[in-house]
Structures are given as structure tokens and as C-alpha cells.
Design a protein around this ligand. Sequence first.
Ligand SMILES: [Zn+2]
Length: 114
Amino acid sequence: MIIEDIYDMQILALLIIGIVAIVAFVIFLIRLWIGIETRCPHCKKKFALKEIDRKLIDKKRISKMERHNIYNKKGKVTGSRDVRVYGTRLTYELECVCKYCCKKTFKMQDVDKY
Ligand SMILES: [Zn+2]
């Protein structure tokens, strides 16, 4: 019994280490992505750009296919169908300033709303 408990503890410990490692890796990837996204094109420093203004420059109608379940009277799923969902794509021009060299940069950003 005690030996089994120790074995369970080891599995639990490994599981926790695994989860912590995955979370750390995801945070690392997010930081890397933010670092690249906010890199200053003038002085090449990461985590440098700060948004100071945004302007709406374009508005487009967009659509995507979405799968919806079909339910019978009892509430059970009997099948599915594809439904076209319409939305708007807003294109913004972001005005960013570098906190190291103070140069201004313009970036485009698309925001999809459904
Ligand atoms: Zn800079």
C-alpha cells in the first residue's frame, strides 16, 4: 500500500512538472510573439513599441462558414448543417512610438467582428 502511494506521488509530481513546463513554454512563446510584434523597426529593440493612437481606415463585410448542430424535439443532436455567418472586418492604422529611440511607426491591424 505504502509503495503504491509513493508510486502515485511520483506520477503526480511528474504530471505537475509536465504541466508547469507546458505553461512556462506557452508563456515563453507569447512573450516571444509580443516581443516580435512590438519590435521597433528603427532601433530593432524588442518590447519597444507603444500604441499612442489608432485610426479606422477600412471597413469590409466578411463571412465565414460555421457548423451548427441540428436538434430534435428531445434536444438530442441529430445532425449538423453549415451556416454562413456575416461580420465586419475593421482595419486600423496604429500609430506607435518607440520607448527607446522615440521614432514613430505605423502598423496595420485587422479586427474581425461577428
Ligand atoms: Zn526604436
